[in-house]
Every structure is written in C-alpha cells, then in structure tokens.
Design a protein around this ligand. Structure first.
Ligand code: HEC
Length: 175
C-alpha cells in the first residue's frame, strides 16, 4: 500500500463520518423546528370564538338590541314554541314557561325540573346573558338540556330578546 492509497482510505473514512453526522444535524434542525411549529398553533372553532368574544362583555348590547323588532321576534319565537309557552298563564312544557323570563334568576321556576347546570348557574337573565345563551345554548351554559342549536343571526336574536322582554308584567326599558 503506498501513501496515496492510505490517503484515499483516510479521506473516505472522514467523508463518511462527516456525511453521517452532518445529515443527523441537518435533519434535527429541520424536524425539530417543524415539530415546535405544529405544537405552537392550536386551532379553535370559529363559533366558540364568537361565543367567547361576547362573553367578554365586549359586545355593544344597545347597538344589538337596536336592530331588533318585536314583530319579527314573535315570528322567530315559533322556533321556541314546541318547547316553551310565553303566555302569562302558560305552564311548563318540555322547557320552562317564559313569561317574565327577562331579569328573572336563571333556573328559578319552582315546579320545573331544570338540569343541574341551570340550577347552579347563579346569574339572572340580563340582556347580555340572554344574548350569549341564544347564540349557542350548549356552549354558553355547559351541560344544560335545552335541545336547540341557537340563533346565529343578530337580528333574529335581538328581536327574540325584545319579544321576551315584552312578554312580562314589567317590560324593562332598553339599555
Ligand atoms: C327542543 C326544545 C326547546 C326549544 C326548541 C327551545 N328550548 Fe329553551 N329550554 C328547553 C329546555 C329543556 C330548557 C331547560 C334547560 C335545562 O334545565 O337545562 C330550556 C330553557 C330555556 C331558558 C331558561 C329559562 C329559565 O327559567 O331559566 C330560556 C331563557 C330559554 N329556554 C329560551 C328559549 C328560546 C328563546 C327559544 C327559541 C329561540 C328556546 N328556548 C327553544 C327546551 C327548548
């Protein structure tokens, strides 16, 4: 073996070492970075974001109610009628009676069997609470048993809230 061949062998070994370690390093850099990026982004459903946004009291409730219309609310209330009576002398159906519901304590009709979720909620039906609830009932009060998807349209919601307020011994002035 002459020195030229020995040089070739040493060079081959060095190149192999370089390639093996080099690839390891490079792939670490590429894949680690990617993994971190994937973990860093958590995607939330847009609907839940909408519910969250209105729960942070950032909505302008006066502006929302201003686009409502009681007659339109009465029409929209047909969607609720299968389960609720709004009449003054109406009783409970699948859901509790809704005469006087605005500003009454959540879950406070004594002869209606509410879910624990509503019984323990502890707030009253303010404009903001009713709006948030009607966007998507299941998201606003987790574990309640009202089987209704919600009213996505602001005009529909504002109108139903005005209609609920109207069907009361003492309708409140709008905020
Ligand atoms: C499929 C039946 C169903 C429909 C449709 C429905 N609800 Fe309900 N609702 C219920 C039930 C059941 C409850 C009681 C929920 C619980 O105890 O968890 C309830 C509870 C409520 C409450 C709470 C009342 C209280 O005493 O605290 C309000 C307010 C309400 N509904 C409004 C509406 C409105 C407004 C609509 C129409 C836009 C509607 N609901 C449509 C079944 C329904």
């Amino acid at each position: 073996m002459n020195s030229f061949e020995i040089n070739k062998i040493i060079t081959a070994i060095l190149v192999t070492i370089l390639v093996v370690f080099g690839i390891g390093k490079i792939s670490n850099i590429i894949f680690d970075k990617n993994d971190e990026n994937i973990v860093a982004y958590k995607v939330e459903a847009p609907e839940d974001l909408a519910v969250k946004a209105s729960s942070e009291a950032s909505i302008d409730i006066s502006a929302l109610l201003a686009i409502g219309d009681i007659a339109h609310g009465e029409k929209q209330f047909k969607k609720c009628k299968a389960c609720h009576s709004i009449k003054q002398d109406g009783g409970n159906k699948i859901g509790p009676k809704l005469w006087n519901v605005m500003f009454r304590k959540v879950g406070s009709i004594v002869d209606y069997k509410y879910s624990k979720a509503l019984l323990s909620y502890g707030k009253e039906w303010s404009w903001e609470e009713m709006n948030g609830f009607l966007i998507k009932p299941s998201a606003w009060i987790k574990g309640n048993k009202m089987g209704f998807a919600g009213l996505k349209s602001e005009k529909d919601r504002a109108s139903v809230i005005l209609y609920l307020n109207q069907n009361s011994d003492n309708p409140k002035p709008l905020p």
